[in-house]
Design a protein around this ligand. Structure first.
Ligand code: UDP
Length: 313
């Protein structure tokens, strides 16, 4: 297949490029390099089935030749990024989805939207299953991300129902691994880099919020299975092993062998406003329809991620 991946130079996008090339597909990575990094795809330069197009997907997209699948991963998925770039975040989620769906329609391509657990907002149902509609504050600082992705899902379903586009929606929960940006502000790179530098680990508030962390290889496997399945309903992809952020800080200290202290920080900006108190995927649908579940234990995934950051800190 000839596959377009928007956000192809990003964390998840670049891993998808690797995997799809390894399976024999032709891959076109598109990225405006705002948060993506050419370093993530530098090893693919010169590959005969790999192409890179530097383009902002909020503008009209032109891709010469046939396209069999469009995977829309371009996004600003870190809370710090979407607080700093709220309008770009809304645009890539809304306009970028419109442009990529238009391209899929024109080319007769299958379409996969990278959606998010943030569509559930600060959830009142726990764990979150796909039939839960969520609890999102549209006018809060996280609303720019959450609502753009909710709009993206609605638009994807409209193209599916009205135009008959063959669509998939992945609701991606917290994912980690090599190629995350050291400075993206999320808890995984923050804690690992702090631990490696011997700096205090910055646990926000009392560290009692929960998250469930999925290793990148598991996520990519889930995305591929979803793409090649017949499932057009949203599918949660994440690791249901849930823990508090304080527990996660201890886990990072254990894996890095760091003697960094843990410090409790109370951000005065809007960083933790509407921060979901709990998050854990119900992956029954992924298990049943894709035969998928995560395989990489947290310690193992963290070890591989720490190795990546060790060379960069
Ligand atoms: N967090 C933290 N310290 C940090 C960065 C994040 O305690 O240095 C917390 C944050 O408040 C949230 C959780 O870790 O409750 C996960 O945050 P992240 O930014 O990784 O992504 P989110 O899951 O909120 O999208």
């Amino acid at each position: 297949m000839r596959i377009l991946i928007t956000g192809g130079a990003g964390f998840i996008g670049s891993h998808l490029c690797d995997r799809l090339l390894a399976e024999g597909h032709e891959v076109i990575a598109m990225d405006n390099l705002s948060t993506g990094n050419v370093e993530n795809i530098a090893h693919l330069a010169g590959h005969e089935r790999f192409h890179f197009i530097k383009h902002d997907v909020t503008n009209y997209i032109y891709v010469p030749g046939p396209v069999d699948a469009v995977l829309h991963l371009a996004s600003l998925p870190s809370p710090v990024d979407y607080l700093n770039y709220p309008i770009q975040t809304l645009k890539v989620g809304a306009l970028g989805t419109h442009k990529t769906l238009g391209l899929a329609l024109e080319k007769g391509a299958r379409y996969l939207l990278a959606s998010t657990s943030e569509v559930y907002g600060d959830p009142l149902v726990h764990p979150q299953h796909e039939d839960y509609w969520g609890n999102v504050n549209p006018v809060g600082p996280r609303g720019v991300y959450d609502e753009s992705k909710r709009f993206a899902e609605a638009l994807t379903m409209a193209y599916h129902r009205y135009h008959g586009v063959d669509t998939r929606i992945a609701r991606i929960f917290n994912t980690y691994g090599p190629r995350m940006r050291a400075d993206d502000g999320r808890v995984v790179p923050n804690f690992i880099c702090q631990a490696l530098r011997g700096e205090p680990l910055t646990v926000y508030d009392d560290g009692s919020r929960t998250r469930s962390f999925c290793y990148i290889d598991d996520l990519v496997e889930g995305l591929i299975r979803l793409l090649f399945s017949d499932e057009t309903r949203p599918v949660n992809l994440g690791n249901p092993q849930e823990m508090t952020i304080l527990e996660f800080a201890h886990k990072v200290l254990e894996v890095t062998g760091s003697s960094s202290p843990i410090t409790f920080v109370h951000p005065t900006d809007e960083r933790t406003k509407d921060d979901p108190k709990v998050r854990c995927p119900d992956i029954t649908r992924a298990r049943e329809t894709l035969g998928w579940e995560p395989r990489v234990p947290l310690e193992e995934g963290l070890r591989r991620t720490v190795e990546y950051f060790r060379g960069r800190v």
